[in-house]
Design a protein around this ligand. Structure first.
Ligand SMILES: NC(=O)CC[C@H](N)C(=O)O
Length: 218
Protein backbone atom coordinates (compact mmCIF):
# COMPACT_ATOMS: atom_id res chain seq x y z
CA UNK A 1 0.00 0.00 0.00
CA UNK A 2 1.29 3.45 -0.86
CA UNK A 3 2.35 5.68 1.99
CA UNK A 4 -0.09 8.58 2.38
CA UNK A 5 1.27 11.85 3.66
CA UNK A 6 -0.85 14.86 4.53
CA UNK A 7 0.17 18.47 4.06
CA UNK A 8 -1.39 20.86 6.58
CA UNK A 9 -3.31 23.11 4.21
CA UNK A 10 -4.25 26.19 6.23
CA UNK A 11 -1.67 28.60 4.79
CA UNK A 12 1.73 28.40 3.09
CA UNK A 13 3.31 26.54 0.21
CA UNK A 14 1.04 23.49 0.33
CA UNK A 15 1.06 22.79 -3.41
CA UNK A 16 4.85 22.67 -3.56
CA UNK A 17 5.00 20.07 -0.77
CA UNK A 18 2.25 17.96 -2.35
CA UNK A 19 4.23 17.96 -5.57
CA UNK A 20 7.55 17.16 -3.83
CA UNK A 21 6.02 14.28 -1.83
CA UNK A 22 4.48 12.76 -4.95
CA UNK A 23 7.78 13.12 -6.80
CA UNK A 24 9.39 11.29 -3.84
CA UNK A 25 6.95 8.38 -4.23
CA UNK A 26 4.21 9.05 -1.67
CA UNK A 27 0.52 9.81 -2.08
CA UNK A 28 0.00 13.38 -0.83
CA UNK A 29 -3.25 14.91 0.41
CA UNK A 30 -4.15 18.30 1.88
CA UNK A 31 -5.28 18.24 5.53
CA UNK A 32 -7.78 20.79 6.87
CA UNK A 33 -9.97 18.63 9.08
CA UNK A 34 -9.55 16.09 11.85
CA UNK A 35 -10.90 13.24 9.77
CA UNK A 36 -8.36 14.03 7.05
CA UNK A 37 -5.61 14.02 9.67
CA UNK A 38 -6.75 10.61 10.89
CA UNK A 39 -6.30 9.13 7.42
CA UNK A 40 -2.60 9.94 6.93
CA UNK A 41 0.59 8.06 7.81
CA UNK A 42 2.64 11.25 8.18
CA UNK A 43 2.19 15.01 8.02
CA UNK A 44 4.09 17.95 6.54
CA UNK A 45 3.86 21.39 8.14
CA UNK A 46 4.67 23.69 5.21
CA UNK A 47 6.59 26.92 4.95
CA UNK A 48 4.51 30.07 5.22
CA UNK A 49 3.83 32.23 8.22
CA UNK A 50 3.92 30.47 11.58
CA UNK A 51 1.87 33.17 13.32
CA UNK A 52 -0.94 32.77 10.79
CA UNK A 53 -0.82 28.98 10.78
CA UNK A 54 -0.92 29.03 14.59
CA UNK A 55 -4.10 31.16 14.53
CA UNK A 56 -5.73 29.04 11.83
CA UNK A 57 -4.93 25.82 13.69
CA UNK A 58 -7.01 27.13 16.56
CA UNK A 59 -9.82 28.46 14.33
CA UNK A 60 -10.03 25.14 12.45
CA UNK A 61 -9.89 23.26 15.79
CA UNK A 62 -6.90 21.30 14.55
CA UNK A 63 -4.36 22.39 17.14
CA UNK A 64 -5.19 19.75 19.76
CA UNK A 65 -5.69 16.90 17.24
CA UNK A 66 -2.31 17.63 15.61
CA UNK A 67 -0.59 17.90 19.02
CA UNK A 68 -2.19 14.61 20.09
CA UNK A 69 -1.12 12.95 16.84
CA UNK A 70 2.48 14.13 17.34
CA UNK A 71 2.36 12.83 20.91
CA UNK A 72 1.07 9.48 19.63
CA UNK A 73 4.04 9.15 17.27
CA UNK A 74 2.79 10.50 13.93
CA UNK A 75 5.84 11.29 11.76
CA UNK A 76 5.93 15.01 10.98
CA UNK A 77 8.23 17.09 8.78
CA UNK A 78 8.26 20.85 9.30
CA UNK A 79 9.89 23.18 6.79
CA UNK A 80 10.67 26.78 7.85
CA UNK A 81 7.40 27.99 9.45
CA UNK A 82 6.75 24.26 9.98
CA UNK A 83 10.02 23.98 11.91
CA UNK A 84 8.86 26.82 14.15
CA UNK A 85 5.54 25.05 14.74
CA UNK A 86 7.30 21.82 15.75
CA UNK A 87 9.66 23.52 18.21
CA UNK A 88 9.00 23.25 21.94
CA UNK A 89 10.36 26.78 22.47
CA UNK A 90 10.41 29.90 20.33
CA UNK A 91 12.32 33.18 20.44
CA UNK A 92 11.13 36.20 18.48
CA UNK A 93 7.53 35.06 18.23
CA UNK A 94 4.68 37.58 18.33
CA UNK A 95 2.63 38.02 21.47
CA UNK A 96 0.47 34.95 22.20
CA UNK A 97 2.16 32.92 19.46
CA UNK A 98 2.10 29.24 20.32
CA UNK A 99 3.80 26.30 18.72
CA UNK A 100 2.55 22.74 18.47
CA UNK A 101 5.76 21.45 20.01
CA UNK A 102 7.15 17.94 20.11
CA UNK A 103 10.69 18.77 19.05
CA UNK A 104 13.04 19.56 21.95
CA UNK A 105 14.58 22.67 20.39
CA UNK A 106 14.49 26.44 20.79
CA UNK A 107 14.02 28.15 17.43
CA UNK A 108 14.77 31.78 16.74
CA UNK A 109 12.14 33.13 14.37
CA UNK A 110 13.32 35.36 11.46
CA UNK A 111 16.86 34.65 12.69
CA UNK A 112 18.66 35.58 9.47
CA UNK A 113 16.97 38.97 9.17
CA UNK A 114 14.21 40.24 6.93
CA UNK A 115 12.79 39.07 3.61
CA UNK A 116 15.61 40.87 1.74
CA UNK A 117 18.15 38.81 3.68
CA UNK A 118 16.82 35.60 2.12
CA UNK A 119 19.58 33.48 0.53
CA UNK A 120 20.54 30.10 -0.91
CA UNK A 121 23.46 27.88 0.08
CA UNK A 122 24.65 24.31 -0.55
CA UNK A 123 24.40 22.24 2.62
CA UNK A 124 25.74 18.81 3.48
CA UNK A 125 22.83 17.04 5.12
CA UNK A 126 23.24 13.95 7.29
CA UNK A 127 21.01 11.17 5.97
CA UNK A 128 20.98 12.58 2.43
CA UNK A 129 23.48 10.97 0.05
CA UNK A 130 24.87 12.06 -3.31
CA UNK A 131 26.16 15.50 -2.48
CA UNK A 132 24.99 18.73 -0.89
CA UNK A 133 21.44 20.02 -0.98
CA UNK A 134 20.76 23.45 -2.46
CA UNK A 135 18.95 25.13 0.42
CA UNK A 136 16.66 28.13 0.09
CA UNK A 137 16.24 30.28 3.21
CA UNK A 138 13.31 32.70 3.14
CA UNK A 139 12.98 34.76 6.34
CA UNK A 140 14.02 31.55 7.99
CA UNK A 141 14.48 30.51 11.60
CA UNK A 142 17.52 28.71 12.99
CA UNK A 143 17.80 26.35 15.93
CA UNK A 144 19.27 28.24 18.84
CA UNK A 145 19.48 25.26 21.17
CA UNK A 146 18.78 21.55 20.74
CA UNK A 147 18.07 18.98 23.45
CA UNK A 148 20.22 15.86 23.97
CA UNK A 149 17.99 13.54 21.92
CA UNK A 150 17.93 15.82 18.90
CA UNK A 151 20.17 14.82 16.01
CA UNK A 152 21.71 17.74 14.14
CA UNK A 153 21.54 17.07 10.38
CA UNK A 154 22.94 20.34 9.01
CA UNK A 155 24.55 23.61 10.01
CA UNK A 156 25.27 26.82 8.12
CA UNK A 157 28.83 26.50 6.77
CA UNK A 158 31.55 28.91 7.87
CA UNK A 159 32.16 30.62 4.57
CA UNK A 160 28.79 32.01 3.78
CA UNK A 161 26.08 33.85 2.23
CA UNK A 162 24.77 37.25 1.56
CA UNK A 163 22.57 39.18 3.91
CA UNK A 164 22.61 40.82 7.28
CA UNK A 165 23.82 39.11 10.41
CA UNK A 166 25.48 36.36 8.42
CA UNK A 167 28.75 36.30 10.35
CA UNK A 168 26.67 35.34 13.31
CA UNK A 169 24.93 32.62 11.29
CA UNK A 170 27.99 30.42 10.68
CA UNK A 171 27.60 27.12 12.49
CA UNK A 172 23.91 27.60 13.26
CA UNK A 173 21.77 24.47 13.20
CA UNK A 174 19.29 24.45 10.31
CA UNK A 175 18.14 20.81 10.03
CA UNK A 176 17.31 18.37 12.82
CA UNK A 177 15.69 15.04 13.48
CA UNK A 178 14.34 13.60 16.67
CA UNK A 179 12.63 10.21 16.43
CA UNK A 180 9.84 10.64 13.92
CA UNK A 181 10.12 14.41 13.72
CA UNK A 182 12.17 16.07 11.00
CA UNK A 183 12.62 19.82 10.52
CA UNK A 184 14.53 22.09 8.16
CA UNK A 185 14.84 25.87 8.34
CA UNK A 186 14.95 25.90 4.53
CA UNK A 187 12.59 24.96 1.70
CA UNK A 188 13.55 21.80 -0.26
CA UNK A 189 10.08 21.84 -1.82
CA UNK A 190 10.99 24.71 -4.14
CA UNK A 191 14.23 23.40 -5.65
CA UNK A 192 13.28 20.36 -7.73
CA UNK A 193 15.62 18.21 -5.60
CA UNK A 194 13.37 15.78 -3.73
CA UNK A 195 15.97 14.05 -1.54
CA UNK A 196 14.78 15.62 1.73
CA UNK A 197 11.19 14.61 0.97
CA UNK A 198 12.43 11.14 0.04
CA UNK A 199 14.13 10.96 3.46
CA UNK A 200 10.80 11.83 5.11
CA UNK A 201 8.87 9.35 2.96
CA UNK A 202 11.32 6.63 4.10
CA UNK A 203 10.88 7.68 7.72
CA UNK A 204 7.07 7.51 7.40
CA UNK A 205 7.17 4.16 5.59
CA UNK A 206 9.44 2.66 8.27
CA UNK A 207 7.19 4.01 11.05
CA UNK A 208 4.19 2.45 9.34
CA UNK A 209 5.95 -0.90 8.95
CA UNK A 210 7.04 -0.99 12.58
CA UNK A 211 3.49 -0.14 13.64
CA UNK A 212 1.86 -2.87 11.58
CA UNK A 213 4.59 -5.25 12.86
CA UNK A 214 3.61 -4.24 16.36
CA UNK A 215 -0.10 -4.86 15.68
CA UNK A 216 0.71 -8.27 14.17
CA UNK A 217 2.77 -9.24 17.17
CA UNK A 218 -0.08 -8.51 19.60
N1 LIG B 1 9.55 30.89 4.75
C1 LIG B 1 8.94 30.76 5.89
O1 LIG B 1 8.26 29.76 6.18
C2 LIG B 1 9.06 31.95 6.77
C3 LIG B 1 8.69 31.70 8.20
C4 LIG B 1 8.20 32.97 8.84
N2 LIG B 1 9.23 33.94 9.02
C5 LIG B 1 7.53 32.64 10.16
O2 LIG B 1 7.84 33.17 11.17
O3 LIG B 1 6.68 31.81 10.16
Amino acid sequence: MTTTIGVLALQGDVREHVHALEAAGARAVPVRRTRELEAVDGLVLPGGESTTIDKLLRIFELRDPVRDAIGAGLPVYGSCAGMILLADRIEGGIEDQQTLGGLDVTVRRNAFGRQVDSFEVDLALDGVDDGPVRSVFIRAPWVEQAGPDVQVLARIPDRTVAGAGVGEAAGKIVAVRSGRLLATAFHPEVTGDWRVHALFVRLVTEARRSQSGHVRSL
